[in-house]
Design a protein around this ligand. Sequence first.
Ligand SMILES: Cc1cc2nc3c(=O)[nH]c(=O)nc-3n(C[C@H](O)[C@H](O)[C@H](O)COP(=O)(O)O)c2cc1C
Length: 165
Amino acid sequence: MKKIVIIYGSSTGTTQAVAEAIASRLDVKDVFDVATITKGQVEPYDVLILGTSTWGDGELQDDWNDGINVIKSVNLAGKDVALFGCGDSMAYSDTFCNGMHLLKEELEGTGCNFIGGIPADGYSYSDSTAVEEGEFIGAAIDDNNEPEKTGERIDTWLASFKDRL
Ligand SMILES: Cc1cc2nc3c(=O)[nH]c(=O)nc-3n(C[C@H](O)[C@H](O)[C@H](O)COP(=O)(O)O)c2cc1C
């Protein structure tokens, strides 16, 4: 088993709760809030599972604006990165879970490998930068409108990269 850490940014607790649900499925103990992350809480791990909600008009959750720089201060070459994100596919249908894409964009060129995805055809939304070739680039979660689908979505996404853990 590789060393796994889960790091989340959350303004009202939704992404934090999803981070904890992922941690319990993987039996991961190291779950950190990106608001207080240190370099030492990133460096030792082989797999980084990073979660952000989307705010504003398709923006990152606030704490990621500084937190991403802490993560990028670590040598990420060869580390695996899996993404998850919380959003609202009804009220913010044009920018649904765009934050995941912003995290990926920040980390491109660091030498990390992106892992995990989930088919986009099980969702209703107008547009999302977090969809590539018919798949969300991470676990897109809409706890506002479809909380009953959250558990299954987490499981589907985890299954997509279980051979990397
Ligand atoms: C002012 C505001 C702006 C939002 N903008 C977006 C958005 O652009 N895209 C999206 O998918 N969700 C958007 N959301 C929904 C939040 O991402 C969603 O409620 C999420 O579950 C919050 O998670 P958190 O409590 O972990 O921060 C927005 C919500 C609010 C209140």
